[in-house]
Design a protein around this ligand. Structure first.
Ligand code: NAD
Length: 506
């Protein structure tokens, strides 16, 4: 049985974080902080299995109030706010995120276990940069005008002008794995577009959402433009998906819940965007730069202890370099220190919950039963904390459950291949299509394979690259629509075409 490298350090949270935890944790509705009237959520620190805070969820009546406040904001002051002013608020929001990155990052680490350095990166390089990017778009939302080629009346001149309007009230539902990034991905483009937002945090990591509402209040966001509710998915999340006052649900989470949201949204046929799960392939050809490909392939899966949607959890390796890559990834993974995210030497924090750990251990047992070989095995790690070390399976073949299903944990499957056609078919052989990467020095092969991998984004000699401008989203069971970039903004706008009668043709 493998021994994982474990950090023994368990630093105490900072004074600022303790003050935040000891403060009140409320809902933010129509510009007021109000005590929730729903069920109590006991927020756990997954590295210590200790209760961080108790939060009262919203009741359905409070959700109704938040939706009504959002509708009123759109009909009132917020609806009349200029793009210039919205952009300026978003810019100031980005500056505040940067300034508070240490606290927000630490709260994220306490809430979901991520190593502190990663949490701060999510705040500074994802959340703050998204606000900065969409602040720029707020002043550039414009339609177009044109002369239609065939008018309603042949003897009359027409002009068509299109205007781009906010889609309406947005219900944002986010997961626990990177709250600052997930919230920013919805909030920044929605507010830039002029929508009003009701955000529901994830019950497993709700605390960062509160800081976002505090910052929106600090930049002077009008009441009702951004409302915060906490709640469990099956009651408040489901009520949002079915709510007649919500025009769009922007969802990130599992494919199973995504389906439920689509079904619940049929009442008012609200628009739905879905960022769902994945089982992304990393494909390494024999001519690749293995010195880079091997550690990157390792981190493509093990980053965030495997709890990231674009995890490269299937590693396809050409037969000629199979053993070298397998040994290399195992050696790299053995260096990854598991521990409390507050410890500076931790690379892999805990998984989010006891339930998630049990689920991952089940998948490890399933893989063994299916005949996979654990080149790097899981070993018990002393608690408290839901810790798991990296696991590497070889002798995985396409079609095994470990190769098909999203584990959302530090479990990497290595699959041997012989040729390009075979690996493309197998890379596309799951119902998911989120991410992927191809590793080769042959530019033609790189582009050929990248084009044929059926997923929303593919890296060439890199995995999981993101930037505010680069569209991100999934094909097939990985989702509907794109976030980031201009397409991320388009999802919060609707187009109205106005046809203008210019009178009789001369
Ligand atoms: P989850 O689907 O269990 O929960 C996500 C959110 O949905 C939570 O806020 C939850 O309260 C809510 N929810 C649960 N049931 C609901 C219902 N019936 N109606 C409405 N809302 C409901 O997912 P999770 O465990 O929090 O996150 C992990 C999943 O998220 C993984 O599958 C991962 O791949 C996916 N994910 C995808 C992306 C992406 O960008 N594609 C990013 C991060 C995570």
């Amino acid at each position: 049985m493998t021994q994982h490298l474990v950090s023994i350090r368990r630093p105490e949270p900072s004074e600022a974080a303790c003050r935040f935890l000891e403060g009140s944790h409320r809902l933010y509705i129509d510009g007021d902080w109000v005590e929730g009237e729903g069920r109590t959520i006991a927020v756990e620190n997954p590295a210590r299995e200790q209760c961080l805070a108790e939060i009262r969820a919203a009741s359905v009546a409070q959700l109704d109030q938040a939706v009504a406040a959002a509708r009123a904001a759109m009909a009132g002051h917020w609806g009349r706010t200029s793009g210039r002013d919205r952009g300026e608020m978003l810019q100031r929001f980005a500056t505040l995120l940067d300034a508070r990155a240490d606290l927000i990052g630490e709260v994220m680490t306490l809430d979901n276990g991520s190593p502190l350095a990663s949490s701060r990166m999510v705040v500074k390089f994802l959340a703050a940069e998204l606000f900065r990017y969409y602040a720029g778009w707020a002043t550039k939302i414009a339609g177009e005008s044109f002369t239609p080629t065939i008018g309603a009346r042949p003897d009359t001149d027409f002009l068509v002008a299109t205007i781009r309007e906010p889609i309406g009230v947005v219900g944002a539902i986010v997961p626990w794995n990177a709250p600052p990034g997930m919230i920013a991905l919805k909030l920044a483009p929605a507010l830039a577009a002029g929508c009003a937002v009701v955000l529901k945090t994830a019950e497993l990591a709700p605390l960062v959402g509160q800081i976002f509402a505090e910052l929106w209040e600090e930049v002077g966001g009008p009441p009702g433009s951004f409302n915060l509710v906490h709640g469990y998915g099956e009651d408040i999340g489901a009520a949002m998906a079915a709510h007649p006052g919500i025009d769009k649900i922007a969802f990130t989470g599992s494919t199973a819940v995504g389906r439920r949201i689509v079904e619940a949204a049929t009442g008012n046929l609200k628009k739905v965007s879905l960022e769902l799960g994945g089982k992304s392939p990393v494909v390494i050809f024999p001519d690749a730069d293995l010195a880079t490909a091997i550690p990157t392939a390792s981190m493509a899966c093990y980053l965030s202890t495997g709890q990231q949607c674009m995890a490269g959890s299937r590693l396809f390796v050409h037969r000629d370099i199979h053993d070298e890559v397998a040994e290399g990834v195992a050696a790299h993974a053995r260096t990854l220190k598991v521990g409390d995210g507050l410890a500076p030497d931790t690379v892999l924090g805990p998984v989010i919950s006891a339930r998630q750990k049990a689920r991952i251990l089940d998948y490890i047992a399933i893989a063994r039963d299916e005949g996979a070989h654990a080149l790097l095995d899981s070993a018990p790690i002393d608690g408290p904390g839901h810790f798991l070390g990296p696991v590497l399976f070889t002798q995985v073949t396409p079609g095994m459950r470990i190769e098909q299903e999203e584990v959302f944990g530090p479990v990497l499957s290595l699959i041997r291949f012989d040729d390009e056609e075979e690996v493309i078919a197998d890379a596309n052989g799951t119902p998911y299509g989120l991410s992927g990467s191809v590793w080769t020095r042959d530019i033609q092969r790189a582009l050929r394979v990248a084009k044929r991998i059926d997923s929303g984004q593919v890296g060439v000699n890199i995995h999981g690259a993101m930037s505010p401008e680069t569209p991100f989203g999934g094909n097939r069971l990985s989702g509907w629509g794109r976030e980031f970039g201009r397409e991320g903004l388009d999802g919060y706008l609707k187009t109205k075409a106005i046809s203008i009668n210019l009178g009789a043709k001369p």
